[in-house]
Design a protein around this ligand. Structure first.
Ligand SMILES: *Cc1c(COP(=O)(O)O)cnc(C)c1O
Length: 396
């Protein structure tokens, strides 16, 4: 810690409005490797949109995830949208998804004209609860409804229970499109996240485990599904010189320059994941003696990419709430946030149907996500630690 930062910590109680260098939740971790890659792509002349970095990025990332095909897109959301369209989802269909997710998952379902149907969470991981999924499917199919797809979400980098989910999906003949936006680099039962389901998407948004500044990839073993998504992502152009169109397409392709950035990030993915794991360990130690506080996601981090670290605060036992700690961190420009607000509580999805039992709502009330970026310096980590320690000491 620098002297200046020491000074700040001491002044906390008296001068909360003091200016601090902000520490963000999960900022992009880019440096010279990325700079060189982007510059090389620019100088190669492959600026207009497709090019060799794009193709190589698709191959390398698909290989990393262990699937046959990758289609690089402008966002993870675009991947969900086209993936659903590729599976034939449209108006009149019901798509079952996790309520504890980022709005992008539910939005993409809405883009297709299908109805999102929200499933509550398992208490440990916050991921889609297979028991509730099965109950919902049985009820909906009994009522004669058409189920377009199941979209499980791997919350904060821990895989959903695909063994159970895929068995249920197979039993009812419904395809699974995995929202692995947060779980690139994680694994589940010895296989990489993103390799489960008929297809999966990952995100390279600026806050994710690796970034292309903005982007995503559609991943599948199904060659015709990958071709369909690729075709839809480039305005559904028929392969003729005059651009013949027989259906509505989208402009969702990733650019070659951003793919170069993605390749550089992919070369550092393991190192960045290792840094996030070290941070997770640090937070485990920091909160280990605090009754009523748990690290969200369970005891083991082995299969996790440790994208974000959240704590669960039981205010009955701690005497303080997650939001109180958030406010104190925020006063020194340290960003922390609640978990995603469940979709069934969002005004925009008011009245949406679902299988809800209150778990997601409780997790939302009790969780606080702490700064988790792989680019976080030791000094920044120490500053967060000092503020948390001071907070805890005032509340014995
Ligand atoms: C980030 C995210 C997305 C969307 O990815 P973008 O690349 O930002 O469009 C979708 N689902 C989840 C769960 C996410 O966290």
């Amino acid at each position: 810690m620098t002297t200046r930062e020491h000074h700040h910590t001491e002044l906390l109680a008296t001068a909360p409005a003091q200016v601090h260098e902000p520490i963000h939740l999960s900022p992009p971790d880019v440096g010279e490797t990325e700079e060189a890659a982007v510059l090389a792509a620019l100088r190669s002349g492959w600026v207009a949109p497709v090019g060799p970095d794009l193709t190589a990025f698709e191959t390398e990332l698909a290989q990393r995830v262990g699937v046959a095909h990758g289609v690089a897109l402008s966002s993870g959301t675009a991947g969900l949208h086209l993936g659903l369209l590729g599976l034939g989802v449209g108006p009149g269909d019901v798509v079952l998804t996790s309520t504890l997710t980022f709005a992008a998952t539910a939005n993409a379902i809405a883009y297709t004209g299908a109805e999102p149907y929200f499933i509550d969470a398992e208490p440990t991981t916050g991921n889609l609860d297979p028991t509730l999924l099965e109950r919902a499917l049985a009820r909906l199919i009994e009522a004669g409804e058409r189920i377009g797809a199941i979209v499980p979400v791997d919350l904060l980098g821990k895989s959903a229970d695909y063994l159970a989910i895929e068995a249920i999906a197979a039993q009812y003949g419904v395809p699974v499109l995995a929202d692995a936006a947060e779980s690139l680099g994680a694994s589940y039962r010895g296989r990489p996240a993103g390799s489960y389901g008929r297809a999966a998407i990952v995100s390279f948004n600026g806050n994710k485990i690796m970034t292309t500044s903005g982007g995503g990839m559609f991943l599948t073993d199904d060659a015709s599904l990958a071709e369909r998504v690729r075709y839809l992502s480039t305005q559904a152009r028929q392969p003729v010189v005059h651009y013949e169109h027989t259906e509505i397409g989208f402009n969702y392709r990733m650019s070659n320059v951003l793919a170069a950035l993605g390749r550089a990030q992919l070369s550092r993915l393991d190192e960045m994941i290792a840094r996030r794991h070290r941070l997770r360990c640090h937070y485990r130690t920091l909160f280990s003696g605090v009754a009523g506080v748990k690290i969200f996601g369970g005891e083991s981090d082995a299969d996790d990419n440790a994208w974000l670290t959240s704590i669960l605060v039981d205010p009955q036992r701690t005497g303080w709430s997650a939001d109180e700690l958030r406010a104190v961190l925020s006063a020194t420009s340290i960003e922390s946030r609640p978990l995603w607000k469940p979709m069934h509580l969002q005004p925009v999805f008011h009245g949406a149907r679902g299988e809800i039992n209150g778990v997601a709502e409780r997790l939302f009330a009790q969780a606080l996500t702490l700064p988790s970026g792989s680019g976080m310096t030791a000094a920044q980590r120490d500053r967060v630690t000092a503020v948390v320690r001071a907070f805890l000491e005032e509340r014995p």
